[in-house]
Design a protein around this ligand. Structure first.
Ligand SMILES: NC(=O)c1ccc[n+]([C@@H]2O[C@H](COP(=O)([O-])OP(=O)(O)OC[C@H]3O[C@@H](n4cnc5c(N)ncnc54)[C@H](OP(=O)(O)O)[C@@H]3O)[C@@H](O)[C@H]2O)c1
Length: 154
C-alpha cells in the first residue's frame, strides 16, 4: 500500500529554505514509527535536508543528476520519475512517500493513505502543502501531546 506522510503547521507550511521550520520531537518519533522497516521515497532536496542516516529504512531518491552520489548506503537513486513510479507501484509491501512538495505532487494520485500531522506552530514558511486531504476521507484523528495526526483514506 502507498502511504504519504507529511507534517504541516497552522499556515500549511511544510518547509522553508529547504528545511522544516518547526522542530517537534514527538512528530519525528511518529514519522520513525510509521516508516521503520519500510521504503521511503523522497526528492533530492528532502533527502539532503535530513541531518543523519535513516536507519532500518531503504530510501529511494529522485534526482535529475545522473552522477548523484548519495551520502548513505541505504539509498537507491532514480533519475526517471516513470522508473520510480513503476518501482513504487510494483512494490509488494507498505511504502511511504515522504516529500517534499514536488514528490507529493508526483505521487499523490497513487496514494491510498495520508498521514497528516498538524503541528501547533504558526511560522509562515515558503513551502506550503496542497490541500490533498480534501480529496480523501478522514478516517481517524489521534491527539498527541504536541500535535494532531489525521489519517485519510482514498
Ligand atoms: N513537513 C514535512 O513533512 C516535509 C517533508 C518533506 C520535505 N519537507 C520540506 O519540503 C521542502 C522540499 O520540497 P521540494 O518540493 O522543494 O523538493 P523535493 O520534492 O524534496 O525534491 C525536489 C528535487 O527532486 C528531484 N526531482 C523532482 N522531480 C523530478 C523528476 N520528475 N525527475 C527527476 N528528478 C526530480 C529534483 O532533484 P535535482 O534538483 O537533484 O534534480 C528536484 O530538485 C523542504 O523545505 C523540506 O524540508 C517537509
Amino acid at each position: 500500500m502507498i502511504h504519504m506522510i507529511v507534517a504541516i503547521n497552522s499556515t500549511r507550511t511544510m518547509g522553508h529554505h529547504d528545511s522544516i521550520p518547526f522542530y517537534n520531537p514527538e512528530d519525528l518519533a511518529h514519522f520513525k514509527a510509521k516508516t521503520l522497516n519500510h521504503v521511503c521515497v523522497m526528492g533530492r532536496v528532502t533527502y539532503e535536508s535530513i541531518p543523519k542516516k535513516l536507519n532500518n529504512r531503504m530510501i529511494w531518491v529522485l534526482t535529475t543528476q545522473t552522477d548523484y552520489e548519495p551520502m548513505h548506503d541505504n539509498v537507491i537513486v532514480f533519475n526517471d520519475e516513470n522508473h520510480l513510479l513503476e518501482a513504487v507501484l510494483s512494490y509488494e509491501s507498505d511504502i511511504y512517500i515522504c516529500g517534499g512538495l514536488q514528490i507529493y505532487r508526483l505521487f499523490f494520485p497513487y496514494v491510498s493513505v495520508l498521514w497528516l500531522s498538524r503541528i501547533n506552530d504558526d511560522f509562515n514558511g515558503d513551502v506550503k502543502l496542497d490541500h490533498f486531504e480534501e480529496q480523501l476521507n478522514l478516517v481517524n484523528t489521534v491527539q498527541y501531546d504536541t500535535f494532531v495526526c489525521e489519517e485519510y483514506h482514498r
